[in-house]
Design a protein around this ligand. Structure first.
Ligand SMILES: [Zn+2]
Length: 293
């Protein structure tokens, strides 16, 4: 199945133009080793995202199951709080926010929080967004760049919400930042930022306006609904936009395909996280906030 091609032409992994399988450099985009030693067709058979979407989906659900199994299940908050892991479990597995990052020095939670979720609907909506956006970003930027955009946007988003949770905690919701936050929407907003950038950079008004209205609409819903981590959204968007600027393929002539499609999912809201119970965290701080990203 994962077969190497040794003759003929293949599609350049960066720009999508046909190149010889033994070419050193793509004549169109200049990429070195455009056929990846003949493995480009096999990688391409995994799809535009190189299997990233099923990987993210699977890992998010595995992590969600582990947080539930090891820490117990909460059923608070009606439908949206259905099947929520305990806060302690979320902290153990790497939730981000002012409390873990600034009070426990767990800076690496900026990387892990995007893989955790606070409820069944929360994970369901986020996974649907990833399945919607990641293949499009993978097709426009290439799968490697898409993974980088996704990862860095998550870090920037959770850094923003953790910083806001630490330094802007005196502001009323929804501007106070997050004490504890999880969810894939920071990287999801990064994917939206990358689409907005692509539309702007290539002059595609259609793509640009759709991506802007999609991101704007979801962001505004986050401002209105309680418990949504808006700093993670804004930071993730900014991170995705900036990384897209640094990493856009050198020949962005490949296109905007008809695969671009979108729909509007109501963004998951949730009741605020209950106070976090860790002895090392002052109770006054622990009751400040928390959010779903
Ligand atoms: Zn090329």
């Amino acid at each position: 199945m994962f077969k190497r091609q040794t003759s003929g032409s293949v599609v350049c992994v960066s720009c999508g133009y046909l190149v010889g399988v033994k070419d050193d450099r793509c004549y169109h985009c200049g990429r070195r080793n455009p056929a990846l030693f003949g493995f480009a067709p096999a990688l391409r058979s995994l799809g535009h995202d190189l299997g990233f979407v099923p990987f993210v989906t699977g890992l998010c659900f595995v992590m969600f199951a582990l947080t539930l199994i090891t820490g117990g299940v909460r059923m608070s908050g009606g439908l949206l709080g259905f099947l929520s892991p305990s806060c302690l479990s979320v902290v153990r597995f790497g939730g981000a926010g002012a409390l873990p990052v600034f009070y426990e020095g767990r800076w690496w939670t900026l990387l892990s929080a995007g893989w955790l979720h606070g409820g069944l609907l929360h994970i369901a909506f986020n996974v649907m967004w990833i399945r919607q956006l990641a293949p499009d970003v993978g097709e426009l930027y290439g799968p490697g760049r898409m993974v980088i955009i996704y990862t860095i946007a998550g870090v920037v988003g959770f850094a923003a919400s953790s910083l806001a949770g630490e330094y802007l905690s005196f502001w009323p919701p929804p501007f106070g930042g997050a004490g504890l936050t999880v969810g894939a929407s920071a990287p999801i907003f990064g994917l939206m930022g990358a689409l907005v950038y692509y539309g702007r950079r290539t002059g595609s008004r259609h793509l640009h306006s759709q991506a802007v209205s999609m991101a704007g609409m979801v962001f505004i819903m986050g401002l209105v609904l309680p418990g949504v981590d808006n700093y993670a959204h804004a930071g993730g968007f900014l991170g995705g936009y900036v990384v897209a600027d640094c990493s856009i393929p050198s020949s962005p002539s490949r296109l905007i395909t008809s695969r671009w499609r979108w729909s509007c999912w109501p963004y998951p809201s949730s009741p605020l996280w209950p106070p976090l119970c860790r002895p090392s965290i002052p109770a006054s701080v622990a009751t400040r906030f928390s959010s779903y990203a």
